[in-house]
Design a binder for this molecule. Structure first.
Ligand code: ATP
Length: 455
């Protein structure tokens, strides 16, 4: 992990947040290459799950919502973690995480705060900072960030930064069915920021307080149990296939079914896709059967009729929901960790990010062999032609070997060099990042070759 964190900083992928002011713990900023990677991933998700499907539509709802939304969703009441303080060194820990790290997630599933405290005392689980086992009782800590809307703080209404994007979808369900010709089963997808005041953020971008989610609420007929089971299995497969399509190695991915005790109050079945992070298997996305819980709650709290009317039978009902919920940062982190590799080119060691061309920040590096006008002119012309449709980078400074190394480290899958032969044969040398093999290709064919490779 340290190597990836260092490379991200060195090569402009991810920087520590607020760095010139001494930083702000567990915040990260995506640099010039990081933002390209992140956007490629989000765009790929949006295309795969929203725009290329007839049964899906998109949405972009607000971060600030009427606070009653969070009463209805249960977040104001139960979205809490067991917070404990070490009496010796004052370190603040999440009781459930202490147990989870030692005995696995099953050991805390369904345990009350009291039971969590008891397990920690019985097993003498040490404080991660000072090693003592002397904690305060587990207290409830709500994960939502609270702020105020209005000019005078004392008179203003409290509002919350959304802890998930899902509720923005549920509260717009009626708007969507009234404006789009969608019939159940159909889904609404959304990508956006979410905020959780996590007690123990960490592991680079794995757990942060500000992050982005890519969520789908897929509405189905609750009576069609058999069909919904099949649909759940389909979503399971599609979610896994998506990670594989980004080039993530199969052996580093797995499904993990939640135990009955572990399920959220609304869920009748949940499965996670986990990735083998350097610190152990961790959740990458979750797929939950939310049933009719959300729409029922919002109907009750808003007093609005949120029922869907089947156009064929005229029957009215509240759809049940299957929710695939992905994290942007965890997906990016997975792609980064999975792509990191070290190998040797001849005698020289190199670090290479083996990103799939689909998500690579830069698809092609355009490198005139020397800073000579004739070569620069040809290289610039190629750059101008390709830049409309592909993220390409022009780089003319430094030795060619050094320029290749730099591109290897930001994971650029292909590079071309323009040399004096190019002026005669209208060809360039095409270099493949992974094999480092080189071949001559015609300048006129570059567009088509790149199109094929990137898609
Ligand atoms: P965890 O158990 O790791 O706290 P969760 O089960 O609370 O995660 P969900 O509520 O299912 O997570 O959120 C869906 C997805 O959002 C997660 O699979 C993850 O990718 C992402 N996510 C959730 N919390 C965070 C966070 N604090 N930082 C980064 N990503 C997060």
């Amino acid at each position: 992990m340290e190597k990836v964190v260092a490379l991200c900083k060195r090569r402009g992928l991810i920087f520590p947040g607020s760095e010139i002011y001494g930083g702000l713990a567990n915040t990260w900023d995506y640099g010039p290459y990081g933002v390209l990677l992140k956007n490629n991933l989000k765009n790929n998700w949006w295309k795969t799950f929203v725009t290329s499907r007839e049964d899906m539509v998109g949405l972009d709802s607000g971060i600030l919502l009427n606070s009653t939304v969070w009463e209805a969703s249960g977040h104001l009441g139960s979205f809490a973690d067991p917070l404990m303080d070490c009496k010796k060194c004052k370190e603040r820990v999440r009781g459930d995480k202490l147990i989870e790290e030692k005995f696995g997630v099953e050991a805390v599933a369904g345990k009350s705060f009291k039971e969590i405290g008891e397990i920690i005392a019985k097993e003498k689980l040490p404080c991660p900072k000072c090693g003592e086992c002397d904690f305060t009782e587990a207290r409830e800590f709500n994960l939502m960030f609270k702020t105020h809307q209005g000019v005078v703080e004392e008179e203003s209404t409290p509002v919350y930064l959304r802890p998930e994007t899902a509720q923005g979808i549920f509260i717009n369900f009626k708007n969507v069915i009234q404006t789009c010709r969608k019939r159940v089963p159909f889904g609404i997808g959304q990508i956006g920021k979410a905020f959780r005041n996590e007690i123990t953020p960490g592991n680079f971008t794995y757990r942060t307080r500000e992050f982005e989610q890519m969520e789908i609420e897929y509405f189905v007929d609750p009576k069609d149990e058999k069909g919904n089971k099949k649909m759940f299995e389909e979503w399971k497969k599609q979610a896994m296939d998506w990670f594989k399509s980004l080039g993530v190695k199969e052996e580093n991915l797995r499904f993990r079914d939640h135990d009955k005790d572990e399920l959220s109050h609304y869920s009748s079945g949940t499965v996670d896709i986990e990735y083998k992070f350097p610190f152990g298997w961790g959740e990458l996305m979750g797929l939950a059967n939310r049933g009719q819980f959300d729409l029922t709650q919002h109907e009750e709290f808003s007093k609005e009729d949120l029922k869907y009317q089947d156009p064929q039978t005229n029957e009215k009902y509240l759809p049940a929901v299957i929710e695939p919920s992905f994290g942007v940062e965890r997906s990016v982190l997975t792609v980064l960790l999975d792509a990191y590799d070290e190998d040797k080119v001849g005698e020289e060691e190199r670090v290479v990010m083996r990103f799939s061309p689909k998500v690579a920040p830069i698809k092609l590096a355009i490198l005139p062999l020397m800073k000579k006008e004739e070569l620069q002119t040809v290289a610039r012309k190629i750059f101008d032609e390709l830049k409309e449709d592909f993220q390409v980078e022009y780089d003319e400074s430094g030795a060619i070997g050094k320029r290749y190394r730099r591109q290897d480290e930001i994971g650029t899958p292909f590079a071309i060099t323009i040399d004096y032969d190019s002026l005669d044969d209208d060809s360039v040398t095409w270099r493949d990042r992974d094999s480092t093999k080189q071949k001559r290709v015609k300048i006129a064919d570059l567009y088509e070759i790149l199109k094929k490779e990137v898609n």
